[in-house]
Design a protein around this ligand. Sequence first.
Ligand code: MG
Length: 174
Amino acid sequence: MTTSSEPIIHRVGLGTDIHRLVPDRPLVLGGVAIDHPAGLAGHSDADAVLHAVTDAVLGAAGLPDIGELFSDRDPANRDADSATFLRQAVRLAEARGYRAACADVVIQAELPMLSRHKPAIRARIAKLLGLAEDRVSIKAKTGEGLDAVGRGEAIACLAIVGLTHRDAGARSTA
Ligand code: MG
């Protein structure tokens, strides 16, 4: 039996997303509005970071993916704040007994430079997941001039979320 306060991770989920950068759209990454001449195209606010984190939560909990739960054909989701998707994913996971334990997020963007935005994105994602900030990691990478990210045509994100279960150690996989 562990004496550490570190939660036991019972499930992990992976989420990825990519959205095209287009002029004259607000840029929202990780729930944080970022001043930039281009934003991400999409039906909702197109926050590729929150979409990846949402899919990671859903995947870890064995739930349907973001596209199945929050259709981009649903008019209700037009220009939606993607935080609503993540909050709902957290609620659905909690209904299955899971809560977030940690998140590791890699944002891939040539521009804007994200280093100064990382603390705000970390704080926002931690709040949405109900976590202390030190359980959330935000990394920003460029595309080194290669591929759609590298050419500045898109912003992508990879996220892994670990979930712990309220019946720690007692949950059967049967
Ligand atoms: Mg998306």
